[in-house]
Design a protein around this ligand. Structure first.
Ligand code: SF4
Ligand code: SF4
Length: 149
């Protein structure tokens, strides 16, 4: 009989070592990385808005065309382990940022809690406050700034 307990992959592998399936499974679906960001050209400061990418379904917080996101949205972050400079643009609760900064996943994370709704129940998704880019004129974006990154 083998009583060995297998450690979960996120505790034993680096981000670079993950399979594509493991990588994708880490996303909690908060949608926060899909909020439009504005950069001040004079200061290089980056600001977060409550305006969601036109391809984000603001109810389910999922991308409506994930397979073709790179071709359809030039500003899509296209996260990967090889682009750690992007992790600063992610919320502190994002699993990729947690693991990159060698912090544990949050207790409510679906891989631990087995509850995919927990991100919404804990108020960490954009569901309650995001408005789709489809309804916002580009000149109004500054009015939607909610934080500095
Ligand atoms: S911020 Fe992180 S956890 Fe949230 S949707 Fe983006 S990649 Fe997924
Ligand atoms: S295209 Fe990129 S930024 Fe837009 S919803 Fe899809 S994953 Fe998010």
């Amino acid at each position: 009989m083998n009583n060995q307990i297998t450690e979960p992959f996120w505790l034993t592998k680096s981000l670079q070592q993950l399979t594509q399936q493991e990588w994708e499974s880490l996303c909690d679906g908060c949608g926060q990385c899909c909020l439009v960001k504005l950069t001040d050209d004079d200061t290089n400061k980056v600001y977060l808005t409550n305006v969601a990418c036109k391809l984000l379904d603001t109810e389910s917080c999922t991308c409506k065309d994930y397979q073709h996101r790179a071709e359809r949205v030039s500003s899509c972050l296209l996260l990967s382990a090889d682009k750690p400079e992007l992790f600063n643009l992610l919320p502190e609760t994002c699993a990729y940022r947690c693991l990159y900064e060698q912090r544990p996943l949050p207790e409510w994370h679906h891989l631990i809690s087995k509850n995919k709704q927990a991100v919404h129940e804990n108020g960490l998704s954009i569901r309650e406050y995001a408005v789709s880019e489809e309804y916002i004129h580009p000149e109004q974006l500054e009015e939607h700034i909610i934080a500095e990154l």
